[in-house]
Write a protein that binds this ligand. Structure first.
Ligand code: NI
Ligand code: MN
Length: 226
């Protein structure tokens, strides 16, 4: 089976194949632009890059409802467990086995707090290896030289990059990130959800194609198959 990447909206994705069902940063009920049609039984794992409400989103209620396990940084995992979710606390650097895939949490340069404003550990990005394909979800981050390490050591096939500026990289920095990450396919995220992060995504795609890479522009609800 091919690997399917469903775009839900903002930084939320669902990645699946015949064995894996991985929901990432499920910001759904408070995002009016989200398109969410993933059947509960398909969700096996939930990954959360950091504690901000537009990333933790509905992770806890979805875990409680479906029994899917949240994997995230230890402090945030403890918070999720306290709220009744099934949660595994991890840290940056090691491969973590999930159903049908493995993941490695990597740095992101940002902050992370719980919805109550408490410390939620370090923010993260996450590298997902599924059927030999590597997908990198950058979380919320500025441009940073760790991306060169990820590009050199792991060479992701697909990179999901925030481009909306203000809280994260803008299109210019994200285009540099795409180059450093050494990824052939770029999917932009974290833009146009609210006015503060409105950006020119067509211009970003043009910059990416100028680099000889493919920019896959997904609308919420659309699916990219590898
Ligand atoms: Ni954030
Ligand atoms: Mn965010």
């Amino acid at each position: 089976m091919t690997v399917q990447i469903h775009y839900i909206g903002h930084s939320a994705f669902f990645i699946e194949n015949s064995e894996a069902g991985i929901l990432i940063d499920p910001f759904i009920s408070h995002n009016p632009n989200a398109v969410y049609n993933i059947p509960d039984h398909k969700i096996i794992d939930i990954l959360v890059t950091h504690g901000h409400a537009d990333h933790l989103g509905d992770a806890i209620p979805i875990s409680v409802k479906t029994g899917a396990k949240i994997t995230t940084i230890v402090e945030l995992a403890a918070y999720c467990a306290q709220k009744g979710a099934k949660a595994d606390g991890v840290n940056l650097g090691g491969w973590i086995n999930l159903s049908g895939a493995r993941v490695k949490f990597m740095p992101a340069f940002h902050t992370s707090s719980t919805p109550e404003g408490d410390y939620a550990g370090v923010p993260s990005s996450v590298l997902i290896e599924i059927e030999g394909t590597k997908i990198y979800h950058a979380g919320d981050t500025c441009l940073n030289s760790e991306m060169k390490v990820i590009g050199e050591c792991y060479k992701p096939d697909v990179a999901l990059l925030p481009i909306g500026s203000y809280y994260t990289m803008d299109i210019k920095d994200a285009a540099i990130a795409a180059k450093w990450l050494n990824a052939e396919t770029i999917i932009p995220m974290h833009y146009n959800t609210f006015p503060l992060i409105n950006t020119n995504v067509e211009k970003f795609c043009y910059m990416i194609s100028e680099e000889g890479k493919s920019c896959v522009l997904l609308k919420p609800g659309e699916v990219f198959s590898i």
